[in-house]
Design a protein around this ligand. Structure first.
Ligand code: ADP
Ligand code: MG
Length: 306
């Protein structure tokens, strides 16, 4: 059945350090607490779609280290299929995040296995592509691979969601071939070449962007919500007032939820409302993947907030 979601992207082993300050050069600093969890935009988005009940395959790469094993097992735990997960010699992708008490975040990623993805890995997907309805991509693997996927899938009956994060150059032609383009404030500012930091500027910019690229677009604005444009109209979706404890993965939850909705051909604006609920729930818990809601949790939340 043509009902599968392929998420083609990164898997990172995240090390999140909670600390009062960064060490100085030459200093060894003792941090207060650490958390270790599965991450990477690709894996996070796959987990969100799967938790909602979609049939999801993760296409990506992990290393031959213990972190690779952990990343694969975590995906399986959440119901994501690993048939197209590659294991490559060397280290897995790693994210090392320093979270300071005032909320400032410093992050490094080790490229690792994620950057060993290549076009041959995509050529192995021909069989599953026949049954794929939605492909979700981000930019934490080589951009040439992302572009190759988009070229190929745009000739097939597949909906392509590009979460252009982190912001790096992508050709105009490639953006035009996507069905949905999703970015946060920092990324939308980059792609629109102007400062987008409130609802008004986002509304203005998304209209121009949509006209130029002929792509359905979503600009998320953190706790300020999201603006959505289908090329004809712009709608604003304020975020839900919740007790946000940790906001990593908010955008990934949003994108994974959008992918889920597109399996059911849901209207873009309805989908954005559903995705807004999902990410509201995600920011209420610690860690991206563990906090992402199931369909039942979203439905309960919707009934409470309607
Ligand atoms: N503090 C928050 N409270 C409620 N919802 C939030 C909060 N932060 C983010 N969200 C929701 O998550 C969506 C995506 O968050 P955003 O921070 O823009 O993405 P990213 O994680 O990619 O930076 C927002 O559009 C909003 O609906
Ligand atoms: Mg954000």
């Amino acid at each position: 059945m043509k009902d599968k979601i392929l998420v083609i992207g990164s898997l990172n082993y995240d090390i999140i350090l909670k600390q009062k300050r960064l060490p100085q050069a030459g200093e060894t600093y003792a941090v207060d607490a650490a958390m270790f969890c599965g991450g990477g935009k690709g894996a996070n988005q796959a987990v969100q779609s799967a938790k909602l009940g979609a049939d999801v395959y993760m296409v990506g790469a992990v290393g031959t280290d213990a972190m690779g094993t952990y990343l694969r097992e975590t995906l399986l735990k959440y119901g994501v299929k690993d048939k197209y997960l590659k294991i490559t010699e060397g280290e897995s992708g790693v994210g090392i995040v320093n979270c300071l008490e005032d909320g400032t975040v410093f992050a490094n990623i080790v490229k690792g296995a994620n950057y060993k993805m290549n076009q041959a890995d995509i050529d192995k997907l021909d069989e599953v592509l026949k049954n794929t309805k939605v492909i979700i991509l981000q930019l934490e693997i080589p951009v040439a691979v992302v572009e190759y996927v988009i070229e190929k899938a745009s000739k097939m009956e597949i909906k392509i969601i590009l979460n252009a994060a982190p912001a790096i150059p992508v050709s105009e032609d490639i953006i035009k071939k996507c069905d949905y383009f999703v970015v946060n404030e920092i990324e939308s500012s980059y792609y629109c070449n102007r400062n987008i930091d409130n609802v008004e500027t986002a509304k203005e910019a998304i209209m121009e962007f949509c006209e130029k690229y002929k792509v359905n677009s979503v600009f998320t604005l953190g706790k300020d919500g999201a603006v959505v444009c289908d090329g004809r109209e712009v709608q604003y979706f304020p975020s839900y007032k919740v007790n946000a404890v940790e906001t990593t993965g908010a955008g990934d939850s949003f994108v994974g939820a959008l992918g889920y909705c597109m399996i059911y051909d849901m209207d873009l604006f309805q989908a954005a409302k559903f995705a807004t609920c999902c990410s509201a729930l995600t920011v209420c818990g610690i860690g991206a993947q563990p906090a992402m809601p199931t369909l039942e949790e979203v439905k309960n939340f919707e009934t409470m907030h309607d």
